[in-house]
Ligand binder design. Structure first.
Ligand SMILES: O=C(O)CCC(=O)C(=O)O
Ligand SMILES: [Fe+2]
Length: 346
């Protein structure tokens, strides 16, 4: 049997088909130490064809003319197309916004997108819906394993404690297609300041991230147990032991909300996307797909009922009322899209 937990640099590699309790424990350990874990992608959870097809649709959309993207521009509901430099994930460091564009697809209802679709997608709504459902199922499976590993003590919900809060359709989760174009010739960038995606932690519960062979660039700042300074560490697309797999492993990382919900037992690790070679080489395109898990908006983020979490309760200020998932998300979005939400501040 393939090992369920082998080390790949600072990020463990896990095969979900192993013994359930062993896998659950390995996932909790990974979440509490690295905040990132590789899940082998052998086609059992998400068909390889479905991943490849979604990347093909992404390429088709991003290569379409601006006139087809503009009508789908991002709205306050966080759905739609985000143009080059429109998002600044690390405003303290960056001079200009991220060198990327993105397309956020919100939850579908009865197979229908709840937002305008660009021409590149109109004949592919069913495929995108199916992929979103595949991602939702994998996310729920991982959330259930977390609940098992944490020994969540809920007589009515058991291992469904987290997944029950990620809702019926339309899901509050976001399927995000990302495109990082090559640098135009003769453009001089300041490495680490001009960046494909600025340093950030994710906002939600967990993120699934799909990468493509030969398109590196993701780096993490591994959490350090003693809060010692940590170093940016590249995240290989194919970590050792997966080179012959039909598709790169799916990266799963913990977001701020799940970290908060577990009294900081789980680590919401800071990461970024750099130009390979620091931008000196004309970098290739990078395409990635993220599935951002979010609990339903009115979920109150009280500490998860688990002895393991309760033991950490001292770290949370008991005088402060627990916030909801929606309040948490809005505070993060407002910090990232200063322009779009500026009227709300007045
Ligand atoms: O494209 C990537 O590899 C990372 C994207 C990311 O971190 C994000 O969108 O939150
Ligand atoms: Fe991220």
């Amino acid at each position: 049997m393939a090992s369920t937990n082998s080390q790949a640099g600072p990020i463990p590699l896990i095969d979900l088909s192993g013994h359930e309790e062993t896998v659950a424990k390995a996932l909790v350990d990974a979440a509490a130490t690295s905040g990132f874990v590789y899940i082998r992608s052998l086609g059992k959870d998400i068909p390889i064809d479905a991943i490849d097809n979604t990347f093909a649709l992404s390429k088709k959309f991003f290569s379409s003319p601006l006139s087809e993207k503009e009508p789908c521009k991002i709205q306050e509901n966080n759905r739609g197309w985000v143009g080059m430099h429109a998002e600044t994930l690390d405003p303290k460091t960056q001079r200009i916004g991220d060198f990327k564009e993105a397309m956020n697809l919100g939850g579908f209802l009865d197979g229908k997108a709840q937002q305008p679709l660009p021409p590149a997608f109109v004949d592919h709504e069913a495929e995108l819906y199916a992929f979103q459902k595949d991602c939702q199922s994998l996310m729920n499976k991982i959330l259930d394993l977390f609940a098992i590993g944490l020994e969540v003590n809920s007589p009515t919900e058991g291992s469904k404690y987290f997944s029950n809060r990620h809702g019926p359709e339309p899901t509050p989760c976001t399927l995000r297609l990302l495109h990082y174009p090559p640098l135009p010739p003769n453009i001089e960038i300041q490495p680490k300041v001009d960046i494909r995606a600025g340093a950030h932690s994710d906002y939600g519960s967990i993120t699934l991230l799909f990468q493509r062979p030969g398109q590196p660039g993701l780096e993490i700042l591994p959490p350090s147990p003693d809060n010692l300074p940590s170093e940016w560490t590249p995240v290989p697309v194919f970590p050792p032991g997966t080179e012959s797999d039909p598709s790169p492993p799916i990266l799963v990382n913990i977001g701020d909300l799940l970290s908060y919900w577990t009294n900081n037992l789980f680590k919401s690790t800071v990461h970024r996307v750099v130009f390979p070679g620091g931008g000196n080489e004309a970098a290739e395109d990078r395409y990635s797909i993220a599935y951002f898990g979010h609990p339903i908006g009115d979920t109150v983020l009280e500490a998860v009922p688990s002895e393991k979490i309760k033991a950490l309760a001292g770290k949370r200020d008991s005088g402060v009322e627990a916030i909801t998932a929606h309040e948490h998300l809005m505070s993060r979005l407002k910090a990232t899209y200063l322009e779009m939400y500026k009227d709300d501040e007045q």
